[in-house]
Design a protein around this ligand. Structure first.
Ligand code: PEP
Length: 258
């Protein structure tokens, strides 16, 4: 698809306890090993619930798996009287490589303003992990024909004050809200249009080097049936997978297709 190493991320949302998570990781590792999967050619990451992260860490370390993992949310503060929150340092200590930020389900059920998202991005970068910033238009913006501007400005507003170094660590997930969990997939060309527009804005805000370094994923009802065409697009560097990441056979197939 591109000059960048593809990345396939499985977002488990609020599914799998730590025992189910352990079983899944073992099965996925076995399926990929059996298929002689080359982790240097495509990165694979899983986003379990907080309660499963430690189990995933222990398994990945013990079996020296190449599978990466991360969290679905993070606090903007590092410690103190913030009952129920989990800090970026805590996640980094658990070996997390990535943290999802601004997933549409968090924006919907736990409305956070863009200032909070900026601080989450900074907290993740400071702790040495990579933020996966989720953006994407709803049906309303698509009907109005402003989906590209909408997604571009969501990235722009959050990232414009980062340093070049920080910006080059970013991963962006373009996920049209109407495509998440609905079975409706964006066409490969509209995923490409959005990814290209986001990359062009990064080149303008930072520079071409940064824009070429940032991986832009597509998310929204990705499956093994629609993955190949989307990943053929120049600016699409992988997937953020929800529903299809709950089945190890299907998810391993998507990894192999990428
Ligand atoms: C997601 O959770 O980010 C997602 C894209 O879900 P699904 O693949 O189920 O649409």
């Amino acid at each position: 698809a591109s000059v960048r190493t593809p990345l396939v991320v499985g977002n488990w949302k609020m599914n799998f306890d730590h025992l189910e998570a352990t079983y899944f990781v073992q099965k996925l590792a076995w399926l990929l090993r059996d298929a002689h999967f080359d982790y240097k050619r495509c990165e694979v990451a899983l986003m379990p619930s907080f309660t499963s992260l430690r189990s995933v860490q222990v398994l990945v370390d013990a079996d020296r798996l190449n599978i990466k993992y991360g969290a679905q949310n993070v606090s903007v503060t590092n410690q103190g009287a913030f009952t129920g929150d989990v800090s970026a340092d805590m996640l980094a200590r658990l070996g997390c490589s990535y943290v999802l930020i601004g997933h549409s389900e968090r924006r919907k059920y736990h409305p956070v303003d863009d200032a909070n998202i900026v601080d989450q991005v900074r907290a993740v970068l400071t702790a040495g992990m990579r933020p996966i910033l989720c953006v994407g238009e709803g049906l309303e913006e698509r009907r109005e024909g402003i989906e590209l501007e909408y997604a571009v400005s969501q990235v722009h507003d959050v990232t414009r004050d980062l340093s070049d170094d920080q910006a080059s660590q970013l991963i962006v997930a373009y996920e049209p809200v109407w495509a998440i969990g609905t079975g409706m997939v964006a066409t490969p060309s509209s995923a490409q249009d959005a990814a290209k527009a986001i990359r062009e804005d990064l080149a303008q805000t930072f520079n071409n080097h940064v824009a070429q370094a940032v991986r832009i994923l597509y998310g929204g009802s990705v499956s093994s049936k629609n993955a190949v065409e989307t990943l053929d697009q120049n600016d699409v560097d992988g997937f953020l997978v929800g529903g299809a990441a709950l089945d190890a056979d299907e998810f391993s197939l998507i990894c192999r297709l990428a």
